[in-house]
Design a protein around this ligand. Structure first.
Ligand code: C5P
Ligand code: MG
Length: 209
């Protein structure tokens, strides 16, 4: 028998934000949190926090995958997301408005998508930020000047691009077949991209607060 997801999609709205490294997932998520009342969960940020958490048994494993631009085993990432969602729901339990989650950088591999929807929550939409590699490359190199991230260097970036094409794009295509994808051209300024996102969300009946 299929497991029942931990959270019902009647009560909890999940929107995935996907796109290559440097497409602007984190940047645009900040806008959406401010204007739409989403709670933002970044899979990459949760993994980086777990990597340095004292006592974590996954630190070395996560460090290896992040540097190599490969995908951390889904059990680790899905548990981090599920627990973060539970903590937010617990904090907000007195609020009448239904919870909206923006999950950025996840699912990056098809097994993660299936496992999450079977055990945590079925998603409502996928916001896909479409961006050419040369634009993402120049953004990441610029970010690398100050980010302190282990993977904002040219070798890791090349590997991340390969993983994105080979492993993460099939996820986008599968959600596309289900009619769940909003695709937005992510070139140009942050403001231009955000205007496009707002227009697309409106057309899908998702309104700002
Ligand atoms: O999304 P972000 O660029 O912060 O992700 C950084 C790295 O974290 C990825 O390159 C990958 O190694 C890891 N990651 C993962 N699974 C996810 C999200 C991120 O393994 N769903
Ligand atoms: Mg990010």
């Amino acid at each position: 028998m299929a497991p029942t997801p931990r959270f019902s999609s009647d009560k909890v709205t999940v929107v995935f934000v996907l796109g290559g490294p440097g497409a602007g997932k984190g940047t645009q998520s900040e806008n959406l949190v401010r204007d739409y009342g989403f709670s933002h969960l970044s899979a990459g940020d949760l993994l980086r926090a777990e990597q340095v958490r004292e006592g974590s048994e996954y630190g070395e494993l996560i460090r290896h995958h992040i540097r190599e631009g490969t995908i951390v085993p889904m059990e680790v990432t899905v548990a981090l997301l599920s627990n973060a969602m539970a903590a937010i729901l617990e904090q907000n339990s007195s609020k009448a408005t239904p919870a909206r989650f923006l999950i950025d950088g996840f699912p990056r591999q098809i097994d993660q998508a299936h496992f999450f929807e079977e055990t945590v929550c079925v998603s409502k939409l996928v916001l896909f930020l479409s961006c050419p590699e040369e634009v993402m490359l120049s953004r990441l190199l610029k970010r690398g000047e100050t980010s302190g991230r282990d993977d904002d260097n040219i070798e890791s970036i090349r590997k991340r691009f390969r993983t994105f094409e080979q492993t993460s794009m099939p996820v986008v295509r599968e959600f596309e077949e289900k009619g769940k994808v909003i695709s937005v051209e992510a070139t140009g300024s942050k403001e231009e991209v955000y205007e496009r996102i707002k227009a697309e969300l409106k057309s899908k009946g998702v309104d700002a607060l």
